[in-house]
Write a protein that binds this ligand. Structure first.
Ligand code: NAD
Ligand code: 6OD
Length: 488
């Protein structure tokens, strides 16, 4: 092992397991190699799936609901006890500011376990009494049972948060899991294995296999015949491939996928709040949030003022080391992803966009020069029919466009294949309700963005997703609902 380079291995049946194949994980901050990660072949994936199957039938199944729920509370507490370790691992993998990961990623990673441990204890099921011809009658009641071994495929933008968003409800419902974290962010998933062991989660309940998608751990897991259900967060194109894999054996899928989200700013909005919220929705996590805004529609009378304020905000973002309290934006996840984002920056210019701010690669000092940094960018001057307005870029950038009428902006916002989220900025209550109903998305915020109550349904419309997760909605996917009919 090279000096200072971590070794990240799989977590299978409660043990940390290496592979002969490894791949390098580079820092988004500097481009330097920070970890050597084990890559799972079919054998490791098979071992993980079998461990999950054994645990499903064995020790995990024998726990009462209350005992299982207590263990998940202990997992949450275990994450909080090792807060600094999780924080360091997440920041190292993603390059995001410590202030962001401290506020969002790690506490949400823990909170997910508590919320779903509580949800399963309080969720009700149906009961129906019925008449029968003989007059004796019958009763029906529904029970929820685990779906089995769940394959969990995760992205890199909010690694611990999005992984536990699936693992927590899956385990709360009595399933066992095999997680395939993104190849870009392997660390926190393995670290969670240490917490699982420390608090006494039985071996095989939580398993992690590292690697890539095609012809690697991702494909081996999703095509494994002994995986009963697959939950995925990532790009829509990948989701389509996973859906095909799940079709073999007719296994259920939950898909949380891409977006091309519109913010809609009316002239009657609270300007300060709208600018602050839109700055967050465009640039938080360096624009790498599925719910993030890449299209900003502003009512024409407010357009110039809003643009000036948004530009000022974008230009006040500070790029730098994650630990620096002044840093408000990190790098993109990798050079490969930066090349994709930059291809859109170039395309925008070629199509005749006016670059309001940004548009390139910033000059970073010292070791940071090797990182995948990019400038926060705003454009005007392009229409809804351009790739800049239609395709998900997943970077810190947005196209700002004027609109004149409510019906017009509804049609334009909806004229897109994606349907994940929107943020509507207005002080007109009737309009807020009308707009929230009219925009074709799974999540509509009014005068806010990314404010989350974990009991609420989360997911995308159109090509942004299939199914809803969150609160009792997660139970729909992670349990098999069985009706029991008893003749009296
Ligand atoms: P991605 O689709 O490239 O990868 C996601 C995961 O799928 C990774 O673990 C990857 O290794 C795996 N994978 C890739 N190909 C596979 C295959 N053929 N079989 C099995 N697994 C495979 O996505 P990403 O680049 O990691 O994440 C960014 C994308 O995720 C964006 O499109 C973003 O909008 C989306 N996203 C959506 C949500 C949501 O809740 N809707 C949340 C976060 C991110
Ligand atoms: O907050 C959540 O539960 C969630 N799934 C957020 C997704 C963010 C996408 O990048």
């Amino acid at each position: 092992m090279r000096h200072g380079v971590k070794k990240i291995v799989h977590f299978i049946n409660g043990e940390f397991v290496p592979s002969t194949r490894i791949f390098e994980k580079r820092s988004p901050l500097t481009g330097e190699v920070i970890a050597e990660v084990a890559e799972a072949g079919r054998a490791e994936v098979d071992a993980a799936v079998h461990a999950a199957r054994r645990a499903l039938r064995g020790p995990w199944a024998r726990l009462t609901l209350a005992e299982r729920s207590d263990l998940l509370f202990a997992v949450a507490d275990g994450i909080m006890r090792r807060f600094d370790d999780f924080l360091a691992a997440e920041v190292a993998d993603t390059g995001k500011p410590v202030s962001l990961a401290r506020r969002l990623d790690i506490p949400r990673g823990a909170a997910n376990f508590k919320v779903f441990a509580e949800t399963v204890k309080t969720a009700a099921t149906e009961f129906f009494e019925m008449a029968t011809p003989d007059g004796r009658g019958a009763i029906n009641y529904a029970i929820r049972q685990p779906v089995g071994v769940v394959g969990v495929i995760c992205p890199w933008n909010l690694p611990l948060l999005l992984m536990t968003w699936k693992v927590a409800p899956a385990l709360a419902c009595g399933n066992t899991v095999v997680v395939k974290p993104s190849e870009e962010t392997p660390q926190t998933a393995s670290l969670l294995g240490e917490v699982m062991n420390a608090v006494g989660v039985p071996p095989g309940v939580y398993n992690v296999v590292h690697g890539f998608g095609p012809d690697s751990a991702g494909e081996f897991l999703t095509s494994h015949p002994d995986v009963d259900a697959i939950t995925f967060t990532g790009e829509t194109r990948t989701g389509e491939v996973i859906m095909k894999a799940a079709a073999v054996g007719a296994r259920p899928v939950s898909l949380e996928m891409g977006g091309k989200n519109a913010a809609i700013v009316f002239a009657d909005c609270d300007l300060e709040a709208a600018v602050e919220g839109t700055l967050r929705s465009c640039f938080a996590n360096c624009g790498q949030v599925c719910l993030g805004t890449e299209r900003v529609y502003v009512e024409r009378p407010l357009f110039d003022r809003f643009l000036v304020a948004l530009k000022r905000g974008a230009e006040s973002l500070r790029l730098g080391w994650p630990e620096d309290p002044e840093t408000s934006m990190g790098p993109l996840i990798s050079h490969e992803h930066r090349e994709k984002v930059l291809s859109y920056y170039r395309k925008a210019v070629a199509l005749g966009a006016e670059v309001v701010t940004g548009g390139g690669i910033p000059e970073m000092p010292g070791r940071l020069a090797g990182g995948s940094w990019i400038e926060p960018t705003l454009w005007t001057g392009l229409g809804d029919d351009t790739p800049i307005a239609r395709e998900e870029i997943f970077g810190p950038c947005a196209l700002v466009m004027p609109f004149d009428a409510e019906e017009d902006v509804i049609a334009r916002a909806n004229d897109n294949d994606y349907g994940l989220a929107t943020a509507i900025w207005t002080t007109n209550l009737a309009r807020a309700h009308r707009m929230a109903r009219s925009i074709e998305v799974g999540l509509a915020w009014v005068n806010e963005w990314f404010l989350r109550d974990l009991r609420t349904p989360f997911g995308g419309a159109k090509r942004s997703g299939i199914g809803r997760e969150g609160g009792v909605h997660s139970l729909e996917f992670y349990t098999e609902l069985k009706n029991v009919c008893i003749k009296l």
